[in-house]
Structures are given as structure tokens and as C-alpha cells.
Design a protein around this ligand. Structure first.
Ligand code: AMP
Length: 210
């Protein structure tokens, strides 16, 4: 099973990807997580990506494509994978087409104001990567990760200003992917404002399994 999740920032891609990888026993590939690791390790790539990410822009197609090309060769991808946050441009999608044949592309759609509100309320665990949301998915103890007990943090790009820029970037550079994959006949859309469980159910049904 080779899937792509498309959606603006905070549409719920990461949350749904975490559930789908469990359901299908496939790998979760988040290019955002991969880049944040590079930033944390202060690699050359990380240093280059940091300012772009904090400003809500996109890291170059060339860098991202090379990263994904290597990642999908790894053993854990043998059974399939979910790409979360890639492709984000038509150039990336065209390159991906040369690498693999996708089964489906899921577009999680929600209005800008919903995503902006969610994004600023998002909290992430720096240790295990779990994500929470003060509005609708709070941890059991405020500020503490349910899974590993670490103190939760806010992503640097989950501010109102960076969030607005990221949503604008989505409309300009990533939304054309909806047409790109619709034309290929592999895209289906789910309502990103629905409850988390209902979205998961809609995706699994859309993928042809009840
Ligand atoms: P995400 O965690 O998916 O929201 O990604 C965080 C940031 O990483 C984005 O705002 C971009 O700056 C960068 N990024 C992640 N994936 C890509 C991609 N496929 N192409 C370009 N930049 C990316």
C-alpha cells in the first residue's frame, strides 16, 4: 500500500498517518519530521532548512526529492508507506511518479480558519513525536506527553504569523496537487473538520476496506 496524504498545515495529516500506519502495518514518512531531525542535529541541511521552515516556506524540491528517494529504499517500506507532507509541489509529484506507483492520494480538506486555530493550539512531544491539541486532543496532564512523560513543546512554525504563511504556501504551491492527482483518478477527499475517528474511518473506507 503506497499512500500520499495531502492537506494544509494542521489539516490532520500527521494524526491520521499515525493511525493508518498501525492499521496497515506500513511505514510513516513525514518529510517535516525528517527535516526537524536535521535541524535538531544541526547538520548542514538542517541549518539551511531551519530559516525556511520557521518562515513557513518550502525547502527546495531537489533536497526533498533526494531525501525521499533514499528513505523509501529502506527495509521498513517493503510493505508500503504513507507519505505525509510529500509531495508539496507538482515537481515533487512528477518525480515521485518516476519512483513509485501510488495506490491512492487522500486529501484532507478544511477551511483556513479552522487550520489556523488548530495549528496555534498544537503541542508536540520532542521525545516520542506524539502530537496533541489543546482544543480537541489534550494530553491527560496539561503540558505532559501521555505516552512518554516528556514535557510538550510548541513547534517554532506553529505561531499565527508562520501559520498564515504556511497556509498561503499550501494554496500557492501544494493545492495544484489536488488537480494533478484527480486527473490521475487516484485522489479522494475527506472532511478534515470531522471528528478524528470519523476521518480515519472515512479514509479506510475510501481505500476500499470496511
Ligand atoms: P510539516 O511538518 O509537514 O508541516 O513540515 C514542516 C516544514 O518542513 C514545512 O513548512 C516546510 O518548510 C518543510 N517541508 C516539509 N515537507 C516538505 C516538502 N515536501 N517540500 C518542501 N518543504 C517541506
Amino acid at each position: 500500500m503506497k499512500l500520499v496524504l495531502i492537506g494544509a498545515p494542521a489539516a490532520g495529516k500527521g494524526t491520521q498517518a499515525a493511525r493508518l500506519v498501525e492499521h496497515y502495518s506500513i511505514a510513516h514518512i513525514s518529510t517535516g519530521d525528517m527535516l526537524r531531525e536535521e535541524v535538531a542535529k544541526e547538520t548542514e541541511l538542517g541549518k539551511e532548512a531551519k530559516a525556511i521552515m520557521n518562515a513557513g516556506g518550502l525547502v527546495s524540491d531537489e533536497i526533498i526529492i533526494a531525501m525521499v528517494k533514499e528513505r523509501i529504499k529502506k527495509d521498513d517500506c517493503k510493505n508500503g508507506f504513507i507519505l505525509d507532507g510529500f509531495p508539496r509541489t507538482v515537481v515533487q509529484a512528477e518525480k515521485l511518479d518516476e519512483m513509485v506507483t501510488l495506490d491512492k492520494v487522500v486529501y484532507i480538506n478544511a477551511p483556513d480558519e479552522v487550520m489556523l486555530e488548530r495549528l496555534t493550539a498544537r503541542q508536540t512531544c520532542p521525545k516520542c513525536g506524539a502530537t496533541y491539541n489543546k482544543l480537541f486532543l489534550p494530553p491527560k496532564t496539561a503540558g505532559i506527553c501521555d505516552k512518554c512523560g516528556a514535557e510538550l513543546t510548541q513547534r517554532k512554525d506553529d505561531t499565527v504569523e508562520a501559520g498564515k504563511a504556511r497556509i498561503a504556501t499550501f494554496h500557492e504551491q501544494s493545492e495544484p496537487l489536488v488537480e494533478f492527482y484527480t486527473k490521475k483518478g487516484i485522489l479522494f477527499e475527506v472532511d478534515g473538520t470531522a471528528a478524528i475517528d470519523d476521518i480515519t474511518k472515512a479514509i479506510i473506507e475510501g481505500l476500499g476496506e470496511n
